[in-house]
Ligand binder design. Structure first.
Ligand SMILES: Nc1nc2c(ncn2[C@@H]2O[C@H](COP(=O)(O)OP(=O)(O)OP(=O)(O)O)[C@@H](O)[C@H]2O)c(=O)[nH]1
Ligand SMILES: [Mg+2]
Length: 249
C-alpha cells in the first residue's frame, strides 16, 4: 500500500500537471437511478464512493475546477443518483467519472437504503469498465463499518488487481499535522488486513479548500485510465510524490 505524501500546497499550473488539465475537462454526461440507465461501458470508469457528506461531490468539483459541476451540499444525502461525467478531449472522451450516492444518511427510509445498497453493490461488482474506486473518507471519522462493507462488495476485484483503490482522507484542513498522520496510520492498518499483494491500493490526505492532495488525486486517476502514458514530467522537479509512476504499465 502506498501513501501519496505531497502535503504542501501544490503548484497547480496545468502546464506542470497534464493530469490536472485532464481533470479540468470533466463535464456532466448523464444521470442514472438504475444501472441499466448507464451508458455502455466503452471507456474506463472511476467511481467516487463514500459516506454521505464525506466530500465526493466537492472533490469532483475541485478536480474539474468548477464550483457546481457535481452538486455539493451541506444537506447530506443530496446525491441520490449515479452522476456520470466525461473526461478528455470534447470530441474524443477517454474516461468516465461516476459520483455515486453517499451511504449512511440517517433519515433516508429503510426501503430506500436497501434499494441503494443493492444498486451500489451491483455497480461495484458488475460494472465491467470500472478501473478504479476513490473511496472518500472523512479524515475525522476514518473508515467506518459502512465503508468496510462497501469495500467487501468490491474487494474481490481489488484483490485481483482488476480494480484499483485510492482512499482519500477528506477535510484534512480540519486536522493538524499530527492528527493527519494518525488518521493515515489508522486507515493504513485497517486496509492492510483487507488487501492482497496483487491489489493496487493507495491513500492520501485531501482538502478541497486547501487543494491538498489535488494533483496527486488527478495523477492517480489519470494513471488508472492511461496506464501506458508516460508520467507527467515536470513535477519530479518539485519534489512531489509521483503516484502515477508507481502504477503498473
Ligand atoms: N473544510 C472542508 N469542507 C469540505 C471539504 N470537502 C467537502 N466539504 C464540505 O462537506 C460537505 C459535504 O460535501 P459533499 O461534497 O456535498 O459531500 P458528498 O460526499 O458528495 O455527500 P452526498 O452527496 O450526500 O453523498 C459540504 O458542506 C462541503 O463544503 C474539505 O476538503 N474541507
Ligand atoms: Mg454528493
Amino acid at each position: 500500500m502506498r501513501e501519496t505524501s505531497s502535503q504542501s500546497r501544490s503548484d497547480l499550473s496545468e502546464l506542470k500537471h497534464p493530469a490536472l488539465a485532464w481533470a479540468h475537462s470533466a463535464r456532466f454526461l448523464t444521470t442514472a437511478s438504475q444501472l441499466d440507465q448507464l451508458p455502455p461501458g466503452d471507456l474506463g470508469e472511476i467511481a467516487f464512493v463514500g459516506r454521505s457528506n464525506a466530500g465526493k461531490s466537492t472533490a469532483i468539483n475541485a478536480l474539474a475546477q468548477r464550483r457546481q459541476l457535481a452538486f455539493a451540499s451541506k444537506t447530506p444525502g443530496r446525491t441520490q443518483h449515479i452522476n456520470l461525467f466525461a473526461l478528455g478531449p470534447r470530441d474524443a472522451p477517454d474516461a468516465y467519472l461516476a459520483d455515486l450516492p453517499g451511504y449512511g444518511y440517517a433519515t433516508v427510509s429503510r426501503t430506500e437504503k436497501v434499494r441503494w445498497q443493492k444498486v451500489m453493490a451491483d455497480y461495484l461488482e458488475v460494472r465491467r469498465n470500472l478501473n478504479g474506486v476513490v473511496l472518500l473518507v472523512d479524515s475525522r471519522l476514518g473508515l467506518t463499518p459502512l465503508d468496510e462493507r462497501l469495500l467487501e462488495f468490491v474487494s474481490p476485484r481489488i484483490n485481483t488487481g482488476e480494480v484499483k483503490l485510492l482512499v482519500a482522507l477528506t477535510k484534512a484542513d480540519k486536522l493538524n499535522r499530527r492528527e493527519q498522520q494518525a488518521a493515515l496510520a489508522a486507515v493504513q492498518e485497517q486496509l492492510g488486513a483487507r488487501v492482497s499483494e496483487h491489489a493496487d491500493v493507495g491513500m492520501l490526505l485531501f482538502s478541497a479548500t486547501k487543494h491538498q492532495g489535488l494533483s496527486d488525486l488527478a495523477e492517480t486517476i489519470h494513471g488508472w485510465v492511461h496506464p501506458q502514458a508516460k508520467p507527467p514530467e515536470a513535477e519530479t522537479s518539485t519534489g512531489e510524490a509521483d503516484e502515477a509512476k508507481d502504477l503498473p504499465a
